[in-house]
Design a protein around this ligand. Structure first.
Ligand SMILES: [Zn+2]
Ligand SMILES: [Zn+2]
Length: 201
């Protein structure tokens, strides 16, 4: 499995390339900006874009999605609860527990984590959790934007904290001291751990 973290745009957004090395099939998670650069990265690795996986509908994560969809023919996937809030086309409606196959090697599990938006999701594959704006390194997503709900986000984060502690988290923004982290590290260091009830002393 090939995974690459790419910072795009002006809001420290992280986009990810996830690819099956035996088939060259790939997914982009949250290609919010710099579509041309992302296409160049895919071409350089000789990857064929199969899916565009959105963690949620916000423009900093989805701005270049329609352009990439048109240029590559990839299917855009989003959770059903965010689709009414998103103004462009979605090809694949996601639900909690869905599995998305990428090539032969990769199965991506959809975990519904509402609170930042109603249809926010995390994507889990092979010990890696792509957390969007649900959980950052050292912090968690805003709940003061329209459709945000703080107790719901707390419940979502407690749900993902039930995964193995060595699960690597790959967030939607570079807001922390390091670009990635683990659930264990977040249980110990996240600023919201006590409030949301997942603190591990
Ligand atoms: Zn957001
Ligand atoms: Zn964001």
């Amino acid at each position: 499995m090939f995974v690459e973290q790419i910072k795009v745009g002006e809001m420290e957004n992280f986009c990810y390339i996830l690819a099956c090395e035996s088939t060259g099939r790939a997914a982009l998670i949250d290609p919010g900006d710099e579509a041309e650069r992302l296409l160049a990265c895919l071409n350089e690795q000789e990857l064929q874009l199969q899916y565009i996986l959105c963690t949620h509908f916000h423009p900093d994560h989805t701005l270049d999605v329609p352009d990439l969809r048109e240029k590559t023919g990839a299917s855009v996937a989003m959770h059903e609860a965010d689709i009414p809030l998103y103004e462009d086309t979605v090809d694949l409606t996601l639900h909690d527990g869905d599995t998305i196959p990428i090539g032969e090697e990769i199965q991506v599990r959809v975990i519904h984590t509402p609170g930042h938006t109603p249809g926010g999701v995390c994507y889990l594959t092979d010990g890696r959790l792509f957390t969007g704006d649900t959980l950052f390194v050292g912090d968690s997503g805003r709940t003061d934007l329209p459709y945000g709900h703080r107790p719901t986000l707390g419940a979502s984060i407690r749900k993902i904290m039930e995964l193995p502690e060595d699960t690597m988290i790959l967030p939607g923004h570079d807001y922390g001291p390091t670009p990635t982290s683990t659930l264990l590290q977040e249980k110990r260091q996240n600023i919201n751990a006590e409030e949301y009830g997942f603190l591990k002393p």
